[in-house]
Write a protein that binds this ligand. Structure first.
Ligand code: NAD
Length: 488
């Protein structure tokens, strides 16, 4: 990559680019020797400026009529559409995913802006009740400054999934993208910001003091955080200091339960769509598969055969069907899990075809890996691997598999696979998770419109999507009139 094509990015506060003079590098996860971007490193003072700008803008933005907020959001979505191809390529180069995956991420982000615009009109209506004695109104009012903190794994969809609901309900925003994928998201946000008054959308960058300065700031009234459970706990503690509203979308360790009436060759093609997208770096990817003991060997061989078809390569290589991991920590962690599984005596098959062997060590490439003969309590089973390695665990009975499925601190999504649909529904109700899929591990079109998404236990607090997700961004203001006193 030439020096000229390196994207240089400042922070964005009150419609102005702000630099601290210090920049951190963003490197291509698939061609690590290439610097893709230089991003301004923020400080606590920058955070304060951004929050104050958002707070000042809130005083008038909250009074802008809903139909105007909706119109601005729709116009911003239309502008983003024009940039989507360019954004998808930038995202491959900073984040590492396949082009078709980044294209979907960008598309999901734009779609979510439009969806929320449609939902808001009826959702924001004031409810009114009346009897002989009184009139009661329940208004939905914005909270104020929203801090939106985003991870690297699906940055565009996750960012827009916060921007749309926050703005349409009348809040203002300070957004902190992940340092591992800040470029495309920030370009998209600056494009959108032009459709809103100064201070409504602000962007800050950096690690260290930046996150805590944002989550502790007394003028921030709501934190919408997506990321790991450990960081989520720190965010929750910071929010407690000034009793902020929080939505936490945290880690997951989704179980897939294969029932004994399932046919491996039917299940596997669909199951791998739930395991390997974005090389397993999906919060609700299948992360452990429970298989009836008598079916384990057949299922293992069928799965290995399918996984061996993956072609691992660079995200912009059209032949590639599995991309590298995003960053060094993630790479070391996943490689360590595979190594320790081998040392424990598990059967470990590292599969797939390497497309560009000469470049293999110039990126975070990991072969898709299937593991069996692993204990139900093994590290690979109980932690969130966030990579293309999947353990198969045998079980003997429904009670045993439910106990194992519910045995982690996580509870994001889950899936049940079998031909007896009534049995699958019955077992679904006993899984500790925010979401359960039957015979897939992904939302259908109907699910996109109607499924609130989020986790139980340490997978999070609150929900996103649908009107349930919109409600996270408002306060209810209940007003009561006594009709009998002070009549006009
Ligand atoms: P992370 O927790 O390391 O970082 C997330 C964001 O928090 C980044 O922007 C980071 O800079 C910021 N941050 C770090 N320390 C902070 C602090 N003390 N205060 C405030 N902000 C801070 O997560 P990650 O590695 O970027 O993302 C991967 C994790 O995200 C996985 O665990 C995945 O399951 C989870 N995730 C969950 C969902 C969901 O919907 N539940 C969706 C996507 C990703």
């Amino acid at each position: 990559m030439t020096k000229e094509s390196v994207i240089k990015l400042d922070m964005f506060i009150n419609h102005k680019d702000v630099s601290t003079g210090k920049y951190f590098e963003v490197r291509d996860p698939g061609r690590y020797s290439e610097v893709v971007g230089l991003v301004a490193t923020g400080s606590a003072a920058n955070v304060n400026d951004a929050v104050c700008a958002a707070h000042a803008a809130f005083q008038s933005w909250k009074n802008v009529p809903l139909n105007e907020r909706v119109e601005r959001l729709l116009a911003a979505a239309a502008e983003l559409d024009k940039l989507s191809a360019e954004l998808a390529v930038t995202l491959v180069r900073e984040q590492g995913m396949l082009l078709r995956e980044t294209t979907r991420d960008v598309g999901n982000g734009i779609k979510s802006l439009r969806e929320v615009a449609t939902l808001a009109e009826s959702f924001m209506q004031t409810e009114e009740f009346e009897d002989e004695e009184s009139v009661v109104r329940v208004e939905k009012v914005p909270r104020g400054v929203v801090a939106a903190i985003v991870p690297w794994n699906a940055p565009m969809g996750l960012t827009m999934g916060k921007v749309g609901p926050a703005l349409v309900t009348g809040n203002t925003l300070v957004i902190k993208p992940s340092p591992f994928a800040p470029l495309a998201t920030s370009q998209a946000l600056k494009t959108i910001a032009a459709f809103f008054p100064p201070g409504v959308i602000n962007i800050i960058h950096g690690e260290g003091e930046v996150g805590p300065a944002l989550t502790r700031h007394p003028l921030v009234r709501k934190i919408s955080f997506t990321g790991g459970t450990t960081t989520g706990k720190a965010v929750m503690a910071a929010a407690a200091e000034s009793v902020k509203s929080i939505t936490l979308e945290l880690g997951g360790n989704d179980p897939a339960i294969i029932l004994d009436d399932a046919v491996p060759s039917d299940v596997v093609p669909e199951l791998i769509k739930g395991i390997f997208p974005r090389s397993g770096q999906v919060c609700y990817a299948v992360k452990r598969v429970y298989v009836p003991a008598g079916m384990l060997d057949t299922f293992f061989e069928t799965l290995c055969e399918a996984v061996d078809q993956f072609k691992v390569g660079y995200g912009l290589d059209e032949r590639a069907t599995l991309a590298p991991l995003n960053n060094r920590n993630q790479y070391d962690f996943v490689k360590g899990l595979i190594e320790r599984a081998k040392q424990s005596g598990a059967t470990v098959r590292e599969l797939g075809k390497k497309l560009d062997v000469a470049n293999w060590n110039n990126g975070y490439y990991v072969s898709p890996t299937v593991v069996k003969d692993v204990a139900p309590s093994a590290e690979l089973v109980l932690t969130e691997q966030f990579g293309p390695v999947i353990p198969l665990i045998p079980y003997e009975s429904e009670e045993q598999v439910l106990q194992m499925a519910n045995s982690t601190e996580y509870g994001l999504a889950s899936s049940i696979w079998g031909r007896d649909v009534d049995r699958a529904f019955r077992l679904s109700s006993r899984i500790e998770a925010g979401v359960t899929f039957i015979n897939s591990h992904a939302r259908t079109a109907l699910g996109e419109r109607h499924m609130p998404f989020g986790g139980v236990k340490q997978s999070g607090i609150g929900r996103v999507r649908t009107t349930v997700g919109l409600a996270e961004y408002i306060e209810y203001h209940a007003i009561s009139l006594n009709k009998k006193a002070c009549r006009p």
